[in-house]
Ligand binder design. Structure first.
Ligand SMILES: [Zn+2]
Length: 251
């Protein structure tokens, strides 16, 4: 069964067992085929936290983290009027940084509560600020462009990129998401990767992954580990390699 279909069935079951309560479903709003990609997990956890904080006086009856589907999702049951729950969800989607990049659906016994029911405007597009639905309908942006924008905004918000003047490039974002799982919390473009927790075995795996993604091969002398000990160095090396490949193909 498709993930979305499975999730909807689960929401239906939970909603019919909790007729007197509101049922909410939280999920990060990530475009493209890979819904688990960085920073989906972080946005999901932070948004869930923000939402549960706002319910601290209400009776949260259950929280279900849905496993075995291709994206992050949680179903929350709270003893509260669905319109009030929708109002709180809209506040989180508008005011909370992670909430802005997540969808919080609220289900009443009669079905999903719409934004329109609360006379709320539709959500804005992450890229151009226009109406998100219109941008999707007219395919104004590619999923890759929107994902890059979400990743940039996340990294800027969490101060994971210090060198604001030069602008963050897509290599930095890709490298950060590859390296982050192996390094400690305050990794930035100039952190020494090996002092941040990366070992040379993992570094080799990451270099292989980079070769695959960018479709080139490093020469042995380029793989001097001392020379590529920061994200900045690594991203420069990739740019140099790609320029070299292009030049090689032209001649
Ligand atoms: Zn747009």
């Amino acid at each position: 069964m498709e993930s979305r279909e499975y999730l909807d069935k689960l929401i239906g079951c939970i909603a019919s067992a909790n007729q007197a309560a509101s049922v909410l479903c939280v999920s990060p709003n990530i475009p493209g085929p890979d819904k688990m990609i960085f920073p989906a997990g972080h946005l999901f956890a932070d948004c869930l936290n923000a939402l549960l904080n706002r319910f601290h006086h209400a009776d949260v009856l259950s929280q279900t983290y849905v496993d075995g589907i291709a994206f992050h999702a949680a179903i929350i049951v709270v003893r509260m009027n669905p319109y009030q729950a929708k109002r709180i969800s809209l506040e989180v989607e508008t005011d909370d940084f992670a909430g802005y990049f997540c969808d919080i659906d609220v289900y009443a016994p009669g079905g999903k509560v719409s934004r329109g029911a609360l006379r709320e405007k539709e959500r804005p597009c992450y890229l151009c600020g226009g109406q998100a639905k219109a941008c999707i309908f007219y395919r104004r942006h590619t999923p890759a462009e929107i994902l890059l924008q979400i990743q940039k905004r996340y990294m800027e918000h969490h101060n994971l990129y210090r060198d604001k003047g030069s602008g963050m490039d897509q290599y930095y974002i890709t490298l950060y998401s590859l390296l982050k799982p192996y390094c400690n919390a305050d990794l930035n473009e100039d952190s020494n990767l090996f002092e941040s927790g990366l070992n040379s075995f993992n570094m080799v795996n990451i270099l292989v992954e980079i070769e695959k993604r960018y479709q080139f091969e490093f020469d042995d002398e380029e793989l001097d580990i001392r020379g590529i000990n920061t994200i900045r160095n690594l991203s420069r090396l990739i740019i140099k390699k790609q320029q070299g490949e292009r030049h090689g193909n032209e001649s």
